[in-house]
Design a protein around this ligand. Structure first.
Ligand SMILES: [Zn+2]
Ligand SMILES: [Zn+2]
Length: 137
């Protein structure tokens, strides 16, 4: 299903579809920019270029570059210094939605939660009358 909307970039009216979230004109500009960026990255000496270098040399929009890496149009495996910001802390990452640090935090939070649940279960199932009496007080 397509709907008419305003281009988020230039405000022109266009038909939104699953492949494009900007108008025809901006889409073409994006594609041209994509060519520029991939053209730059194709050169062997630019393989290790950092985000900053790519942004400055090609003049590409930061968000656009992130989008391409995220969607896999630019393979972060081939370009070790390219990535996109972690959803939580903004650190540049290459896979998933959040960085290792944030993922680690999430895992330990989950672990804590599970431990808590486990303790609760053990307490509830323990036949100690002491706790029951204490609870009633
Ligand atoms: Zn537009
Ligand atoms: Zn993070």
């Amino acid at each position: 299903m397509s709907e008419i909307m305003n281009c988020p970039r230039c405000n022109a009216i266009f038909m939104k579809n699953q492949f494009r979230d900007v108008c025809d004109k901006c889409y073409k500009e994006d594609e041209k920019m994509f060519e520029t960026v991939t053209g730059f990255l194709k050169k062997r000496e630019n393989r290790a270029a950092t985000m900053e270098t790519v942004l400055t040399v090609t003049g590409v929009d930061e968000e656009l570059l992130y989008k391409w890496v995220k969607k896999g149009r630019i393979h972060s495996k081939q370009f070790p210094n390219l990535g996109y910001p972690c959803d939580k802390c903004g650190k540049i990452i290459q896979t998933g939605r959040i960085c290792d640090g944030c993922a680690g935090g999430l895992i330990s939070d989950l672990k804590k939660f599970e431990d808590e649940q486990e303790r609760k279960k053990q307490r509830d199932s323990s036949p100690s009358t002491y706790y029951t009496m204490k609870d009633k007080r």
